[in-house]
Structure formats: structure tokens, C-alpha cells
Ligand binder design. Structure first.
Ligand code: SF4
Length: 189
């Protein structure tokens, strides 16, 4: 049986971290669409690393919400950090679950794409090079869903999952129930 993430005898706030890897932030926007329920949520949770807090380093967390799949080397590092620091890890949205829109590049050759975009597009300056600053993360040949690299505890489907789906999912988890979205909260448009 599942251990409640938020057992009633332990009133400390849950630590929650969120991140957008190869995603569009649409899942984060949908999360924020829970609107005034955010006030109730922050009675029970405290955000750690997240675009919502701008905290850059992740601490030990109860829950990690991952938006987006893996399109570059930095995504992989961040995902592994989240897995190492979060008791429960959730793949949020189509991009994290199956690669989503960014994975549409998977049937194209990466080297050819970089060449086409940076070197042979009409209007490019002669001698243009593919950006190669050492600080830039290296792109992966293919975009990968996160479960191909780390163990994922839950999948929250949708593009994005609706605000009501986020709410149902989080309140179920906090109460120690297996999240159950049911009919009407699972859709892909
Ligand atoms: Fe954006 Fe949809 Fe991907 Fe979420 S699942 S990051 S909304 S494209």
C-alpha cells in the first residue's frame, strides 16, 4: 500500500520541486490555472527548485514534477538530480511521457538539421557556424521520454494536463491515495 505523502500525524509541509526540460512551460501554466486553490495548496506544500521560485539548486524533496522530455545533455543531468532528490517523481504532460512535440524531430538527422538551420538557410552570413560555445548543452540525437533514463513513479497525461487534473492528482497524492483522474480529466487536447 502507498505511504501517504502527507500523513495527518506529520503536519510538516511537503517539499515540491518542478522543472521544465524540453517543454514549452504550458504544463506549468496549466498548474497555475488551479487559481485560488493555490492558496489552499501552499498550506500543505512548500516549493523548492522551480521556475515558480527561481531557486536553482534542488534540495531533498517529497515530490518532483517534471515537464518536458530530454533533448540535450543538461536535461539528462537535471533529471538525474531530480530523481536523486525526490522521493516521488512524476512525468507531467505528453513531452515528459513520450517526448511530445519536440520528439517530432526524431525522424530527422540532427547534424543535417543543424547544418540547414545555421549554415545553409537563405540569408545566412557567409561563414556562419553552428553555435559551439562550451556552455551550450549538447543536443541529443533523439528526444527521449524521461522514463527511458530514470524510474518514474507516476504519469500525469495531457498536453497540458488540465488544472483540475493537477488538483485531483496532487490532492490524491497528499492524502495518500493512488491518484485517479477518471473520465473527463484525461484528454490530450
Ligand atoms: Fe507544452 Fe504540451 Fe509539452 Fe506540456 S505536454 S510542455 S503543454 S507541449
Amino acid at each position: 500500500s502507498l505511504k501517504p505523502l502527507y500523513p495527518t500525524h506529520q503536519p510538516r509541509k511537503l517539499k515540491v520541486a518542478t522543472v521544465s526540460l524540453a517543454g514549452c512551460f504550458g504544463c506549468h501554466m496549466s498548474f497555475l490555472d488551479i487559481d485560488e486553490r493555490l492558496l489552499e495548496l501552499i498550506e500543505h506544500i512548500e516549493f523548492d527548485r522551480s521556475p515558480l521560485t527561481d531557486i536553482k539548486q534542488i534540495g531533498h524533496c517529497d515530490l518532483g514534477l517534471i515537464e518536458g522530455g530530454l533533448c540535450n545533455s543538461e536535461n539528462v543531468v537535471v533529471l538525474k538530480e531530480f530523481r536523486a532528490h525526490c522521493k516521488t517523481l512524476v512525468a507531467v504532460g505528453a513531452c515528459a511521457i513520450n517526448g511530445g512535440l519536440p520528439a517530432q524531430r526524431n525522424h530527422l538527422d540532427l547534424a543535417q538539421m543543424l547544418h540547414d538551420v545555421y549554415q545553409s538557410r537563405p540569408g545566412m552570413t557567409v561563414g556562419s557556424v553552428i553555435p559551439n560555445d562550451p556552455e551550450l548543452p549538447l543536443p541529443l540525437n533523439k528526444v527521449h521520454p524521461i522514463h527511458e533514463v530514470v524510474h518514474v513513479d507516476y504519469f500525469l497525461p495531457g498536453c497540458p494536463p488540465s488544472a483540475d487534473a493537477f488538483w485531483q492528482f496532487l490532492t490524491d497524492l497528499m492524502a495518500g491515495r493512488t491518484p485517479h483522474l477518471g473520465h473527463g480529466l484525461m484528454h490530450y487536447d
